[in-house]
Ligand binder design. Structure first.
Ligand SMILES: C[S@@+](CC[C@H](N)C(=O)[O-])C[C@H]1O[C@@H](n2cnc3c(N)ncnc32)[C@H](O)[C@@H]1O
Length: 212
């Protein structure tokens, strides 16, 4: 975990400045996600990074907790919230497995661009299940690098990941298929109610699941 924290802390400033790669896909999933939220909801976002999405969604709910493994990411997020005058977001530095996140069940938990970065996905999904009220929602978006028909550039990138990890230039990344991901989420006790790939290549799987 210390290695992952150091990696994400180390790129936090750069991550905060990097532009959204596919604005149309981002805006679409943001809108779909907003459509599931209500004004009196309490929301937890895991792996929230520097809070760009948190700050866009928070005005639609009562209370929003933006958590991230990296203290540096959360520090930048807190400053952005202050600058933008968003007052109902609380930034917490916490790993997905941190027990403080499970202290009160949420209406909705979000994990955007996170699940493929978790070495212990099955166990973490069980923990996430416990963070959500019965009937509440788990909304995630995950890059699926084990998809068929990836273009050459992405296949080369996939081959380079272990080398980059050896020199601390890449975090842990799991190569998933969309089917693997859905199987894992269902096995943790969720019913999947919406799916889509935004963008389509490599599939960035958007999944809305209800806690059974
Ligand atoms: C690819 S970034 C995504 C950030 C943001 N959700 C977004 O979509 O822009 C992944 C984020 O997950 C965080 N992260 C990685 N492993 C984590 C873990 N085990 N628990 C909590 N956060 C984690 C990283 O610090 C990083 O900010």
């Amino acid at each position: 975990m210390a290695q992952a924290t150091a990696f994400w802390d180390g790129i936090a400033e750069r991550y905060a400045k990097s532009p959204i790669k596919d604005v149309q896909a981002y805006e679409y999933t943001l809108e779909r996600t907003r459509s599931y939220l209500s004004a009196d909801d309490s929301v937890l976002e895991l792996g929230a990074g520097t809070g760009s999405t948190a700050l866009q969604l928070a005005p639609s709910v009562a209370h929003y907790v933006a958590s991230d493994l990296s203290p540096k990411m959360t520090e930048i997020g807190r400053a952005k919230a202050r600058d933008q005058g968003v007052t109902n977001v609380e930034f917490i530095a916490a790993d997905v497995s941190d027990t403080q996140l499970a202290s009160a069940p949420y209406d909705t938990v979000l994990a955007l661009n996170l699940l493929h970065l978790l070495p212990d996905l099955s166990q973490d999904l069980k923990r996430i299940h416990q963070m959500i009220k019965p009937g509440g929602l788990f909304i995630s978006k995950s890059v699926c690098l084990n998809a068929k028909g990836l273009p050459l550039r992405l296949r080369i990138m996939k081959l380079a990941i272990p080398l980059m990890q050896m020199v601390g230039k890449a975090p842990y990344v799991r190569s998933l298929t969309t089917e693997d991901l859905e199987h894992e989420i269902s096995a943790a006790g969720f019913e999947i109610i919406e799916t889509g790939n935004y963008p389509a290549v490599p599939p960035s799987r958007y999944l809305v699941a209800r806690r059974v």
